[in-house]
Design a protein around this ligand. Structure first.
Ligand code: ADP
Length: 915
């Protein structure tokens, strides 16, 4: 580099320069270049110190033109001939042998008949100017960058920065460039932005963490990393640059190095000055960092505002030299002062506070201002919230600064939720306390001490429940209170609690009066972080009442069970579909099975279809109002005789009145039934005996007729006067009489038979007919008139025809006896018996009346008693009417008697059945 003066001197030809016009002798080389030219601008000779740099040798035939030696743009400068170039300063760039252009400046002057061009090397002069220009441009660029970074929007900031990074890389041909910033969160270094030329491998990624390797370099100047030296000075940077050349420029702010400009595959050769690099980096990083700080600040402010809004909180400040207070905008909003100013008189602010708290707050504010005493209190607002609950605020304040710079700053925080919850919790707590104290439950806490549980707390209910106080309830006394028989249970309870973490047991504990209470104990073990037991929390529930009641129920159930099992009666329960759910031993014995086999069996299995229908119909008539029904049922047990049971059912109903189950008690009535039947049978036999006379007559009559016919036939045969017609007529008469006798005998046989087990429908006229067939002849023989009314249409009753016949025979025979008795006293007496019957839709009535004078009214109610008779011993049995009564009743009817005008009047009333 040469100074301006030297250049100027050279241009003026001072120093070693020769005076113009003198022929330059080749032996005396001058500084620069001297070129002798002819009028056409052809180079005749070249001299001067710079001659060596020009390409050698120049051809001499033809002579080279000056422009051939020049670079293309210089050739344009010298259009025309040397004559035109004189008196102009010429900047000419020559080709050199080595390659770089030779920058020269000079002028042409006449020299003899030709011209002499003198030029000096001005390469260094141009270099300086270029550098100045370059610096100027750089400065412009950097300030432009700074400016743009400063003014662009925060959202565009990363993009603008990246564009600058790119133009920087392109301008200085840096293959990879990035800016690393200190990460705010973890204090390591972070690539904020990076650019890599399209043909360069990307060394870094935006957002990439570089760790702390850049911390160690505390440098004020750029660092150049030479790959050839393996970054030996800064081995930790290997992780940032790998094996490439690197160039790092720091940016320092008040706190030290805040950013690094990282250049990869590059060693800083383009910008000459370190200062330039530092300026450039500062121009980029400075505004960026301040914008980022601004952004952080902004975000923080936003967060703070959002937080204040959410919490219903905000700052306040008492304004000095006034009685005003300044409130944060959020606070103005949450205090419902929307339209109001954020600065208001203290009195207006205090007016928002509930009168109950206002004075206290005011006094504390004064303490803060005069004594500097920190303020902390909770106050209610004058207004309440939508549901009428008070709005609570916590007000806190303090003094900042000293002397005249003192400020009083604080905040208000909406604590309604907490406060109201606190109040509710306190109320709930009080209710719970009250509840526990008045319930038969004791809450306790037992502390774990060396494997044992020691009482630590009992709820107040201990006293009302057991009469003990907490002071009395020690570890040892508790054990003493446990019933001696239950102590093992108590020990096991503690062991299980410690082992499994929870337990539920029941034992007796003595109260202060000495009475034992059954306590249901439910406890849970609480453990610490290491799983070691800390304490047990439990509940004692006094279940004495329930336990004793359960015991009583159990005892009573047991008694009933024994009663049911030991009862001779058959007891069972069955569902409405007749399926047994339970049956006791007697029932099982009867059914020849085990009691456990009974459930599931169906009662209908032992009933005839007809009996089953009657049974089901009877059960269906049970109702919650009339839940009981009794009947005699007949069972068909396979391989056995019919059984008769007196069966009593009680329906069990649900809350809707629906029949759920039937409980039944049964008694075997077969024996009674059988003796009744036998009684009936003997009564029947007695009746038959009674009728023996009548019967003899009945049978004698046809025998007499037959005998007479036979005698007559024999007489005719003896006379030899026998016509066929006569004989036929006699034999037909005999045949008719035989049939008559056979009918009587047949009927006797039927009558003598035992009644069918099942009742059958029949027409009562049939029984009357049978009765008359037996008795009519005998009656007439005794001179008794029978007045029989004709039957009035067919009708059906249910029962046994032979039994009804027996009843009618009894009535007729009794009437006959009474009539004959009367006639004994009165020879002229005209005895009659009237039999007539009538029926409506529901009943059939058969009347048997006589004219024997009736029954002594004192005896009327006794005549149906068994064995009651007024007849002499051996004549009357006293069974006739009582058996008849039973028969009619068994058919669902009624036998009654009254005295009529002439004598007794018996009535047999029977229910009509659908045929
Ligand atoms: P018995 O005929 O064997 O005495 P009953 O039971 O048939 O037994 O009759 C009881 C009594 O009722 C009779 O002894 C008689 O005194 C009285 N009695 C029955 N029927 C009549 C009647 N039609 N008129 C008067 N008394 C009668």
């Amino acid at each position: 580099m040469i100074s301006g003066d030297t250049l100027f001197g050279r241009l003026l030809g001072r120093g070693s320069a020769q005076a113009p016009g003198t022929r330059i002798h080749p032996a005396q080389p001058c500084a620069g270049l001297q070129l002798q030219l002819d009028n056409q601008g052809r180079v005749l000779h070249i001299g001067g110190t710079l001659r060596q740099q020009l390409p050698q040798p120049l051809s001499s035939d033809p002579l080279p033109l000056l422009r051939d030696l020049l670079c293309a743009h210089s050739a344009l400068v010298i259009e025309g001939a040397p004559l035109h170039w004189q008196r102009h300063s010429l900047d000419l760039d020559f080709h050199t042998a080595a390659g770089p252009t030779l920058h020269t400046r000079g002028a042409v002057e006449a020299h003899g008949d030709g011209w002499l061009l003198r030029v000096l090397d001005i390469g260094d002069l141009l270099g300086d100017r270029q550098a100045a220009q370059y610096r100027q441009q750089n400065h412009q660029l950097t300030s432009q960058m700074s400016e743009q970074l400063r003014v662009c929007s925060l959202t565009r900031l990363p993009q603008v920065f990246n564009e600058h990074l790119r133009s920087l890389a392109q301008r200085w041909h840096i293959p990879c460039v990035a800016l690393a910033l200190l990460d705010q969160q973890d204090q390591g270094w972070l690539i904020y932005s990076q650019y890599a030329a399209h043909d360069a491998p990307a060394l870094w990624q935006t957002g990439q963490h570089l760790g702390t390797c850049l911390d160690s370099i505390n440098s004020n100047t750029p660092l150049s990393l030479d790959m050839a030296q393996g970054h030996s000075e800064h081995p930790r940077l290997h992780s940032v640059f790998g094996n490439t050349d690197g160039f790092l420029v720091p940016y320092r702010d008040g706190q030290g190095v805040a950013a690094w400009l990282l250049c990869g595959f590059y060693s800083g050769q383009q910008l000459t000055s370190e200062r330039d690099w530092l300026n450039l980096t500062a121009a980029l990083a400075g505004p960026l960092l301040s914008r980022l700080r601004e952004q952080r600040h902004h975000q923080q402010l936003e967060r703070l505002e959002a937080l204040q809004g959410l919490l219903g909180t905000g700052w306040w400040e008492l304004l000095p030299a006034s009685t005003d207070i300044q409130l944060a905008p959020q606070l103005v909003r949450s205090l419902n002062l929307e339209d109001g100013p954020s600065r208001l008189p203290q009195a207006a602010w205090l007016n928002l506070i509930h009168t109950a708290d206002r004075q206290e707050l005011n006094s504390r504010l004064q303490d803060l201002q005069t004594l500097g005493k920190p303020l902390l209190t909770s106050v209610r607002l004058q207004r309440s919230d939508a549901s009428g609950l008070p709005i609570w605020y916590r007000v806190q304040g303090q003094v900042l600064g000293v002397g005249d710079n003192r400020r009083w700053v604080g905040f208000m925080l909406d604590i309604s939720d907490i406060k109201n919850q606190q109040l509710q919790a306190a109320a709930a707590h009080a209710r719970l306390d009250n509840l526990i104290a008045s319930s038969p439950a004791v809450i306790y806490v037992q502390r774990y001490v060396n494997g044992a549980l020691h009482p630590a707390f009992y709820s107040d209910s201990l006293l009302p429940v057991l009469g003990w106080t907490l002071a009395e309830a020690t570890h040892d006394s508790l054990l003493a209170w446990v019933h001696p028989d239950d102590r093992d249970i108590y020990f096991e309870r503690t062991r299980q609690l410690l082992r499994e973490g929870s337990v539920r047991s029941r034992y007796r504990v003595r109260d202060k009066q000495g009475d034992y209470h059954w306590l249901l104990d439910e406890a849970k073990l609480l453990r610490d972080d290491l799983g070691l037991p800390v304490e047990a929390v439990g509940l004692w529930l006094d279940v004495t009442e329930a336990t004793l009641a359960a015991q009583r129920v159990k005892d009573s159930e047991e008694r009933y069970r024994i009663l049911v099992e030991d009862s001779p009666a058959m007891i069972c329960r069955y569902r409405p579909d007749l399926t047994l759910t339970f049956g006791n031993t007697p029932l099982a014995n009867y059914m020849e099975c085990l009691p456990e086999q009974l459930p599931g069996m169906n009662l209908s299995h032992w009933l005839s279809e007809e009996q089953r229908l009657v049974f089901v119909q009877r059960i269906s008539q049970l109702s919650p109002e009339f839940p009981v029904s009794t009947a005699e049922i007949s069972l068909q047990l396979p391989g056995r005789e019919h059984a008769w049971w007196v069966w009593s059912d009680r329906g069990v109903f649900d809350e809707h009145g629906q029949l759920q189950e039937i409980q039944a008690v049964g008694r075997d009535n077969t024996e009674v039934r059988r003796s009744q039947q036998q009684l009936t049978q003997s009564a029947k036999m007695a009746t038959l005996g009674e009728m023996a006379t009548g019967l003899a007559h009945e049978i004698n009559q046809p025998l007499n007729v037959m005998r007479l016919a036979i005698v007559n036939i024999l007489k005719r045969l003896g006379n030899g006067d026998v016509q066929v017609d006569y004989l036929t007529e006699k034999l037909q008469r005999i045949d008719a009489q035989v049939q008559r006798a056979a009918r009587v005998v047949d009927h006797m046989r039927v009558f003598g038979r035992r009644s069918e087990v099942e009742q059958q429908p029949f027409d009562p006229a049939q029984a009357l007919e049978g009765t008359l067939a037996l008795l009519a002849e005998g009656m007439r023989g005794k001179g008794i008139e029978l007045r029989i009314a004709p039957a009035c249409g067919p009708v059906q009753v249910k029962g046994y025809a032979d039994q009804l016949e027996q009843v009618l025979i009894n009535l007729l025979v009794n009437a006959r006896d009474a009539l004959l008795g009367t006639r004994e006293n009165d020879r002229d007496f005209q005895p009659w018996i009237s039999v007539h019957h009538e029926h409506d839709s529901r009943h059939v009535r058969i009347w048997v009346e006589d004219n024997a004078g009736g029954i002594d009214s004192r005896l009327l109610e006794r005549i149906f008693e068994p064995f009651f008779t007024t007849k002499p011993i051996g004549v009357g049995t006293g069974l006739g009417l009582s058996v008849s009564y039973g028969i009619v009743e068994n058919m669902g009817g009624r036998l009654s008697v009254a005295n009529g005008e002439d004598g007794a009047r018996f009535c047999v009333e029977l229910p009509v059945v659908e045929s």
